[in-house]
Design a protein around this ligand. Structure first.
Ligand code: GLV
Ligand code: MN
Ligand code: MN
Length: 432
């Protein structure tokens, strides 16, 4: 009697292909040294000389790896491995710009991880059904202009001139003017958009920037959704005057008005945050006072407001409360108030198919994982508007990020890059 032969499990594509950990970590270190400051902090603000140098190094590394390099007008970099001529590509990447005095890992882990994945596929001569690209987006951080995910937003066709109107840096440089200097203006803003037909999927490896994975002793985070921000610049204008001669009841102090609003942002976020209706966070991270001297009443106070939530409704509710309270405070204190919206976005759900693909890979490799949302913003939230997007998190020590104390174990970074490679390969083979 003959038994039907057991159906062989189809061989997984690129099985056994392993990234080069030493090379990945060496490149990550080389990028970390650009913009290195006191106490191990890293500062590479968007369009600064340091940020440009980090992008130049990346172009060099991509060229050295034999990838086809393309840089668009805004500075987004694409290192492409050509396969399956004419097909839509699987993209993976993140950003190299940083916050002021930030860490070494937020962004570069995803860029270098993607580069390592793509060059590993190239040197192992893995034949894929479609091209793969390692990507570096320009200006993901909002630290300079208050405007986040600039490069990926332009790529997704998500920037309108009105969004740029209130994006100004601490020295008064307007983002709109900086872009015009690079030949990006009202007339051609939309031309940076990438045709969605040329993208099959987008994947991003990133540090968690929160405490969950470490606390739960999990190696990988599989991201389900990304919280969105509403950002405002609020300017109180009172009267600058002599601090010795002006009686208390005759003052129009802009900073005291701002102080009341700062306390309210915290209160409103706390009161409107719930597990059922959505966790909300609210932050005033920057404050500019004029004239800013010990012996003058502040005549002008400008503050930044950043409100975020996984629930668009909860976030918008807090934003409305903050705006109403700013007007109330201004009226009570006889100061003027200008509320300048920077950008308001909707929370983004990541692709269910990619979520299950990533956790399936973790299960097959017996790697512990957590399915979780992201409180931080990422380029993936823009890419999700033109393609299927997925994210892989690696743990952050003590959950600290946007700080020189930011740290992820090198082995965990390498594991994340390996999972990224395998996800890219499997996504390339998927029919969609
Ligand atoms: C990016 O790191 C952000 O501000 O969420
Ligand atoms: Mn960041
Ligand atoms: Mn980041």
């Amino acid at each position: 009697m003959s038994f039907p032969r057991r159906k062989e499990r189809p061989e997984l594509p690129a099985r056994g292909v392993v990234i080069n950990k030493d090379r990945l970590l060496a490149d990550l270190n080389a990028i970390s040294r650009i913009g290195l400051g006191d106490h191990g902090s890293v500062t590479r603000l968007v369009f600064s000389v340091k940020e440009l140098r980090s992008r130049q190094l990346l172009i060099h590394l991509m060229t050295q790896a034999g990838l086809k390099v393309h840089v668009d007008r805004i500075g987004n970099i694409f290192g492409r491995l050509e396969c399956g001529a004419g097909r839509a590509a699987v993209l993976a990447g993140s950003h190299l710009d940083s916050v002021m005095h930030g860490g070494k890992f937020d962004g570069p882990v995803g860029v270098v991880g993607a580069l390592e994945a793509v060059r590993t596929l190239k040197e192992n001569k893995i034949a894929l059904p479609c091209p793969v690209e390692a990507v570096c987006f320009v200006g993901e951080e909002s630290s300079r202009f208050g405007f986040s995910t600039l490069g990926s937003s332009l790529l997704a066709g998500e920037v309108r001139m009105k969004d740029l109107a209130n994006a100004v840096d601490a020295r008064g440089a307007r983002l709109e003017d900086v872009l015009a200097g690079m030949g990006v203006d009202r007339g051609n803003l939309a031309s940076l958009r990438r045709d969605p037909k040329t993208v099959k999927a987008y994947l991003e490896l990133h540090i968690e920037q929160g405490p969950v994975l470490e606390a739960k002793k999990k190696q990988i985070g599989v991201v389900t959704a990304i919280a969105a921000p509403t950002r405002l610049r609020i300017v109180f204008t009172g009267q600058a005057d002599h601090s010795g001669t002006t009686p208390m009841e005759m003052r129009r102090d802009a900073l005291v008005a701002a102080a009341h609003l700062i306390a309210y942002v915290e209160q409103a976020a706390r009161k409107n945050s719930s597990m059922e209706k959505g966790r909300v966070v609210g932050t005033v991270g920057a404050l500019k006072i004029e004239p800013g001297v010990i012996n003058a009443i502040p005549g002008k106070a400008e503050l930044s407001v950043d409100i975020r939530s996984i629930s668009g409704k909860a976030k918008d509710r807090v934003a409305r409360l903050v705006e109403a309270r700013a007007r109330e405070i201004a009226a009570q204190r006889d100061v003027a108030v200008d509320i300048l919206p920077i950008r308001s976005e909707e929370p983004v759900a990541l692709d269910k198919g990619l979520i299950s693909l990533i956790h399936k890979i973790c299960e097959e490799k017996k790697i512990s994982y957590e399915i979780m949302p992201s409180g931080a913003g990422h380029d993936a939230m823009q890419m999700a508007k033109i393609t299927r997007a997925g994210m892989i998190f690696v743990p952050s020590k003590k959950g600290i990020s946007h700080s020189p104390l930011e740290w992820t174990d090198p082995d965990e970074i390498c594991l994340g890059a390996q999972i990224l490679l395998e996800t890219m390969v499997r996504a390339a083979h998927e029919e969609n």
